[in-house]
Design a protein around this ligand. Sequence first.
Ligand code: P6P
Length: 354
Amino acid sequence: MERSVLPCGPVGYVAAVPGDRMQTSQFEEGTTLDRYLLETMRTIGASGQFVNLMQSIALAAKMISSRVNRAGLSGMFGGTGDVNVQGEFVQKLDLYSNTTFLRAMEHGGHTGMVVSEENEEPVRTPEPFHSGKYIVTVDPLDGSSNIDVNATIGTIFGVFRRKTEEGTRAELSDVLRSGRDMIAAGYVVYGAGTVLVLATEFGVHGFTLDPSVGEFFLSHANIRIPKAGMYSCNEAYSPSWHPGVRSFLTHAKSEGWKARYIGSLVADFHRNLLKGGVFLYPATAKNPEGKLRLLYEGFPLAYIIEQAGGAATDGVSPILDRVPRSLHERVPLVIGGAEGVATATDLMKEDPPF
Ligand code: P6P
C-alpha cells in the first residue's frame, strides 16, 4: 500500500536535504509553516528571500480564506460585471483575491514580477520596492464559478528564480521558459478547512490553518500520491473528445475506478493527490488547446504531482517539458497517479490534433 500522507499530530518529517527523502527527524506537534521554512532553508544557506516569499503568500491566503468563509455575509457573492483576459466573468472574490495576492507580493523585496490569470500583462514590482529574485505565476481564485454554491475553491501558484539580475526590470524571458525551471509550487484550498500545500525539492507537505491563532500548522507531511482509483473529468464533453480519451475512461471503468468531479481544478487535484486519482481536461473541438492555463495551473500542479511521485502530460508529453509562447497559453491536462497518466497518455498520443 503506497503511503499517501502521514496523520497529523507528532509527525514524521523529511529533513531538509535536497533529494534525501528518507532521512527523518521528529518535529513535535504544532510545527508551523514559518518554522518548516526557516529550518528547511537554513540547511541550504538560503538568503531568506524564499522564506519571505512564502510568508507573503501565506498572509494572502489567510486574508482570502477569511473573506471566502464569509462571502455570503460580506456581499462578496456574484460577479463584478467585468470579463477577464480569459473571457470569463470576474467574480467579486476573484478581484479581491487578485488584489490581495498582488499587494502581498509587491513590498517584500523577494519578487520581481507576478503573472496572474486576472491580468493581461505581467505585474512588475513597483517602485520604490526592491525587484526581488523570484517570479511568481498565480491563479488567485481557481474555481470561482463555484463560489455561490459554497464548493471548495483555491489559489494556485508557481515560483521561478529569474534569469535577469534582481534589482533590474524583470522580463518576459524570466517566465516564458521550460516548466523544468520551476523551483517551487503550491496551492491553497479554501474548503472545510484552509490547507496550504507546498512542493519544493524537499518534498510535498501540507499545512492547515488554525484560524483561532492565524497560523498554518504541518498536517500532511511527505505527501505521496497513492495508486489511482478514481478519475475526474467533465463527461458532458465526451462526444467532443478524441477516441483516446474515451478509451481511457472505458479502461478506468473496467478497473472499477470511481468518478469524482467537483468542477474546481484545485479541489479535484487536492482530492486526487491525497486519495489517488487521474484528472483530465482534454482538448476539444471548442478548446483545441484545452481550457486550463499552462503558466499558473498546468506548470504548478505538474511540479507538485511530480514531486509527489505522480505525473502530468498534455496528452502527448510531460507538461513540465513545455515552453509557453504566451502568458495565458492554454494546455490540455492529464494529471495524477503515474501509472494512470501513462495509460491515458499512451491512448491519447495517437489522437490527431483538433
Ligand atoms: P468545466 C473552473 O472554472 C475551471 O477553470 C477549473 O477550476 C475547473 O477544473 C474547470 O474550469 C471546470 O470546467 O468546463 O468542467 O466547467
